[in-house]
Design a protein around this ligand. Sequence first.
Ligand code: GAR
Length: 208
Amino acid sequence: MSINLAFMASGRGSNLAAILESIKTGDLDAKAVIVITNDVKAKALEVARTYGVEAKAFNQDSISRDEHEKLILDELAQHKIDFVVLAGYMRILSPTFLRAFKDERGFYRVVNIHPSLLPSFAGKQAYEDAFAYGVKLSGITVHLVDELVDHGPILAQEAFVRLDDDTIETFKARGLAVEHKLYPQVLQMLSAGKIQISSNRQKELTEI
Ligand code: GAR
């Protein structure tokens, strides 16, 4: 079964490009319906247009987060969407936004990729934080989003080693290569209905 994906991104869009390429080659059975950014200068907009996907920027300056999210929700409501895919979207989504994508089991149909083995090193600088900490092994997490930051049921994780002569640049590059492989694979597993979400942590959270 093919799935419809909406993307949200803030920056260069390399994960977006990897996913759109997988759709193009047929490795990922999905349709990219729209790409939304919160920055008119985000390279992700160009990436989307290169792949012929509709792309819109919603500037967040001088409006509240609620107003900003309302604009995005109004846009997303115009489309049939199975999952919202966060691809380097660097703004926290409110519970109100997330609840628009709640499924019948109480999970949010919002997927995120994070460049660490969660729950270690949540936050905006995960590569830098893990590297500075001196980890010998790091990794990438793809998870469903819940109401906490870089948190929610884990769909997949893949580890990568830190080599003795790594710099932050080589460490990041090794991680990014894993991201670009893992994210399309996990989305394909969702498309094929092959992921069982076993954690009921989010359900507990939303019921509080
Ligand atoms: C990626 O490394 C992604 O894992 C990270 O932002 C980068 C976006 O790069 N996301 C987070 O840190 C989420 N907390 P991209 O725009 O090239 O895909």
